[in-house]
Design a protein around this ligand. Structure first.
Ligand code: TYM
Length: 354
């Protein structure tokens, strides 16, 4: 049985400041994966329009996410770094996926419900169709692995559903053209054009929580800046936010079991573990029995050690927007070539005349 060539794809929206959740849940994993994989990392600027159409600072936001990718260590020559709007094939495939996906599937998306809020009638059609564009982002390269934070899990399940329905609906067109590949879905071999994408969500911090409330996700939209560490925060801000982070009065446990029911302790230990490339169990074997008055200064030192060089490099890169734009243009061109190959095959499978 042949297999899809492993290819990593992921994206980050250029909306607001990047925070520690984006870094540990996504960007740090992007960097690790590039050692042994072919990778495509995208600044998903078209997605940024779904919640708010006009962004005065769109170019700066796009460059700042790109700068974060580069500063964190992604190599744009060996891999591909680009912004989504430079590859119109994403939108073209998304339209086809809009016709594959069922309204019932979209209605289950919890992120749409959260983002649309109470006044759903006023949400954009783009916000509703967002997961279909996300599936197209990945599948226009027939990517197989997608590193993301835990909040994107449902969207990736939808991408699998869309891929599966496309494969089944066009089965009679895919097989004779020889364009598909035999994959195993459960026990069944299926001749598939699109792979079943695998989410890469594991690690000690798949869902980094707010520093003010261990039951809420760390997010760009939290009104309190003390709830998150931004990648552009300086040493003083990082230190202040960790010192003020909510905790409970008990000492740290020696085993991960002891973190149950202690969301703030669990979150800080997870952050430490992810920053140190260790497991939570390793961190607890070092700090078990210690008070937060000992653990927090160690976490501050580690966070500053990891984040300060990224912060400095982002600032340096942001002073040369011409260089960042050249990286995006070069990546855009290479991504476009790959995406066009897929689209030509998709057009043939569907039966569009070209
Ligand atoms: P976005 O821009 O909201 O977030 C970028 C990445 O950061 C992760 N993340 C977190 N991880 C852990 N803890 C947190 N508190 C936290 N907050 C955010 C997200 O899971 C994400 O991996 N829909 C995506 C962007 C996207 C995409 C794609 C991703 C568009 N197309 C195709 C993968 C593949 C999003 O809004 O991410």
């Amino acid at each position: 049985m042949t297999e899809f060539k492993p290819l990593v794809f992921s994206g980050v929206q250029p909306t607001g400041n990047l925070h520690l959740g984006n870094y540990l849940g996504a960007i740090r994993k992007f960097v690790a994966l590039q050692e042994n994989n072919d990778c495509i990392y995208c600044v998903v600027d078209m997605h940024a329009l779904t919640a708010q159409l006009v962004h005065e600072d769109m170019p700066t936001q796009i460059r700042s996410i790109t700068a974060a990718f580069l500063a964190a260590g992604i190599d744009p020559k060996k891999h591909i770094v680009f912004n989504q709007s430079q590859v119109p094939q994403h939108a073209e495939l998304a339209w086809i996926f809009n016709c594959v996906a069922r309204i019932g599937w979209m209605n289950r998306m919890t992120q749409f419900k959260d983002k649309a809020g109470k006044d759903r009638e006023q949400a954009s059609l783009g916000l509703y169709a967002y997961p279909s564009l996300m599936a197209a982002d990945i599948l226009v390269y027939r990517a197989t692995h997608v590193p993301v934070g835990d909040d994107q899990k449902q969207h990736l399940e939808l991408a699998r559903d869309i891929a599966m329905k496309f494969n089944l609906d066009f089965h009679d067109k895919i097989v004779p053209t020889g364009l598909g590949i035999d994959i195993k879905v459960g026990e069944e071999p299926v001749h598939a054009y699109f792979p079943m994408v695998e989410p890469l969500i594991d690690g000690p911090a798949p869902r980094v929580m707010s520093l003010k409330d261990g039951t809420k996700k760390m997010s760009k939209s939290d009104p309190s800046d003390l709830s998150r560490i931004n990648l552009m925060d300086d040493q003083e801000a990082i230190s202040k936010k960790i010192r003020k982070a909510k905790t409970d009065p008990d000492a740290l446990p020696s085993e991960t079991e002891g973190l149950k029911g202690r969301p703030e302790a669990d979150n800080l230990v997870g952050i430490f573990a992810a920053l140190a490339d260790k497991s939570k169990a390793d961190v607890l074997s070092e700090f078990g029995g210690q008070q937060f008055s000992v653990f927090k200064p160690a976490l501050i030192d580690l966070a500053v050690e990891v984040l300060a060089p990224i912060n400095a490099e982002m600032r340096r890169l942001m002073e040369d927007p011409g260089h960042i734009d050249a990286v995006l243009r070069d990546g855009g061109e290479r991504a476009r070539n790959r995406a066009e190959k897929t689209m030509n095959e998709v057009r043939d499978i569907i039966g569009f005349v070209r």
